[in-house]
Write a protein that binds this ligand. Structure first.
Ligand code: ADP
Ligand code: ASP
Ligand code: MG
Length: 414
């Protein structure tokens, strides 16, 4: 009998009625003859509320206690779901990350799963139970509780599916699949039947929060059959597939925006060899991720260097920038929190030219100024004013005619 992993997000378990509905779905899959492991998120906006509470107590809560606090939301929902499944006459057991042995590295937040002890899950499944696991949390070798990053219950689910060699990992959420853009921003966005791992990975990294990016990485690496579908309807979801399995050939498959960025500029930096290496090494040493970088043309022996970081890292980045200012003799530091990154993603970019020009033209026609640009084989990103983010996403989405299946954008391979 094969194993199916099902993951239900916060909105899917937001209240008692919804939890009872989830229990029905889980039991139905079990009754169809599968062994079922379920991964659940915290109810509704519980994780946000817990985080806000911490910041009401302290401007700088200790990482350890933050993980301890924020991991509790999932413990509530797994217990309630296990009760709901029992009510339907089936055997269920809820297990925390510590009980299952979801082992992670040492960071308290954004921890990475290193291994999962499949023995406990398998033995409970063998006894005919539906196993209900807490998403988003793990434990270190020293028994410290960790969290895997916001939205990471998806990653727990895919990691569990990989460990159990499951037939499928279905991510149930409040949309019925992956769309060409966030349907909350673009009302005529189109649901994709399939998307490749690499496109999904870029979309997730660039702001489409429908899947946690690490979950897509794991699905690709461990060959997990991953599907995004609705908790509330029976409609077919979106399957994440290998590149060779794509039936539709699209040039651009999605447009995303990310407002969680800030720009830092070091102005009047001496333009000598080794300066960039020094600046970015100091920042890397504190585990801050740099995204885009721009260096201006040198002017009278000095240059300006701008880069983007996640908003949450801005304070720490500024501290390092101040130290660097003294050390390397840069003239000034400026920051801008009011930026957004808009991106177009598609594997068709590998073989089509002119995509960047078309995206820039879409922004220009709307009077939207581009501050920074970065590209890779399958994506183009632009930093713009954050007040223009939604407007820009709609403009790019329209320009590539993603809302309807025009011949220009969609074709059949082969
Ligand atoms: P869950 O709580 O189930 O994990 P999330 O809120 O994390 O759900 O993710 C689902 C949300 O992702 C949707 O409600 C939607 O607004 C948003 N989203 C952003 N981009 C996309 C996209 N391209 N396709 C589908 N949903 C998207
Ligand atoms: N509850 C966690 C969060 O809100 C994890 C998740 O929902 O995936 O980020
Ligand atoms: Mg999510």
């Amino acid at each position: 009998m094969g194993i199916i992993v099902q993951k239900f997000g916060g909105t899917s378990v937001a209240d008692a009625t919804k939890i009872k509905n989830v229990a029905k779905r889980v039991v139905q899959t079990h009754d169809e003859g599968h062994r079922v492991a379920v991964v659940v998120s915290a109810m509704g906006d519980t994780t946000d509320r817990l985080e806000n509470l911490a910041y009401e107590i302290s401007a700088n809560p200790p990482e350890r206690e933050l993980a301890m606090l924020m991991s509790t939301g999932e413990q509530v929902s797994i217990a309630l779901l296990a009760m709901a499944v029992s009510e339907l006459g089936h055997r269920a057991i809820s297990l925390t990350g510590t009980q299952v042995g979801i082992m992670t590295g040492g960071f308290y937040s954004e921890a990475r799963i290193q291994s999962i002890n499949r023995g406990r899950i398998l033995s409970e499944l063998e006894q005919g139970k539906i196993v209900i696991l807490a998403g988003y949390q793990g434990v270190t070798i020293d028994n410290e509780i960790t969290t895997l990053g916001r939205g990471a219950s998806d990653t727990t689910a895919v990691a569990v599916a990989a460990t159990l060699d499951a037939d499928r990992c279905d991510i149930y959420t409040d949309v019925d699949g992956v769309y060409t853009a966030d349907p909350r921003i673009v009302p005529n966005a189109r649901k994709l039947g399939q998307i490749t791992h690499d496109e999904m990975l870029e979309m997730a990294r660039l702001g489409a929060k429908v899947l946690h990016s690490r979950s897509v990485e794991l699905a690709k690496k461990f060959d997990v059959n991953l599907c995004v579908r609705s908790s509330f309807t029976e409609s077919e979801g979106t399957i994440v597939v290998k590149e060779g399995e794509m039936i539709e050939e699209v040039v651009v498959s999605g447009v995303t925006s990310d407002k969680d960025q800030a720009k830092v500029s070091l102005l009047g930096v001496p333009d000598t060899p080794g300066i960039a290496a020094r600046i970015f090494q100091e920042i890397a040493d504190t585990h801050i991720n740099i995204d885009m970088i721009i260096q201006n043309i040198s002017h009278e022996g000095t240059t300006d260097i701008s880069f983007t970081v996640a908003k949450k890292d801005l304070g720490a980045t500024l501290k390092i920038a101040e130290i660097l200012k003294a050390k390397i003799g840069c003239q000034n530091i400026s920051t801008d929190k009011n930026i957004a990154k808009v991106s177009a993603i598609g594997i068709g970019m590998k073989s089509h030219v002119g995509i960047a020009a078309r995206m820039f033209r879409a922004l220009a026609d709307e009077g939207i100024n581009i501050q920074m640009i970065s590209t890779s084989e399958i994506k183009i990103s632009c930093v713009i004013d954050d007040r223009e983010a939604e407007h820009a996403v709609r403009a790019i989405h329209d320009r590539f005619e993603l809302g309807n299946t025009s011949n220009e954008n969609v074709g059949i391979q082969g």
